[in-house]
Design a protein around this ligand. Sequence first.
Ligand SMILES: [Zn+2]
Ligand SMILES: [Zn+2]
Length: 268
Amino acid sequence: MWGASADDEEKRGAMTRLERELTMRVFSMNRVLILASVIVLGLGPDLVAASHDLHGFHWPHGRNPTTVRLGNNLSGAWHGILATASADWSADRGYPDVVNTTVVAGRSGSGQCRAMAGRVEVCNADYGATGWVGLATVWTQGKHITQGVVQINDGYFQTGDLALPTGKQSVMCQEVGHILGLNHIQSQTCMNNSAAGSAFVSPYPHDNEQLARSYGHKDSKKVASASAFSADELAPPNPTFDALGGATRLVENLGGNRYRVTHVIWAP
Ligand SMILES: [Zn+2]
Ligand SMILES: [Zn+2]
């Protein structure tokens, strides 16, 4: 139901093509920034954080507000946390009501957390000593998000700040924000790129301002379908590069104007 072809998008005119070209350029740039900051210069995620909302990733929508379904595959302790995050991201904070979230029954099972077309699967499991506390992954056709997965690594939530309700809430809040298309930002919001378990447990008005911008247009048709992705591409990634603390966005070009965007919260 989210699907349409690249042909449909072509009809949207020269402005769209220009926008896409710019997007491609920004993708390449972002990739360079990530490589430079994480691998070469060791500067951490700050350069990446500067690009908050740069891409304007969004769920395709024929009208506003649109509703993004969050499939609950979580164990009991996380149910209230997800419900609060969903309500937090559905509040408007003085900006236009462009996108809301709703919690629905999960379909993927907790561990594997397989992506499902047109919706989000939210999972928790002890994924082992991965170095990451949480992953939020979206698959996109151009700027349009076609599906998403949130994975919470329970192994890291037993001690310290992450064992506190605020630690859990800050992580889940950030993951849902990513699912709606937002990047990290250095400010007083759960999208903050500080270490896992920050004191910021909810969005702030600027997040809604960004969403209003990304979702401000109407898409003429629902676009992009999961069948555009191979089974291998649909596997949630497991980032193996060194943990630096804080948070990282990784953009992988899958070809054909398709991207997998992974947001990592590193273990403290
Ligand atoms: Zn759109
Ligand atoms: Zn993040």
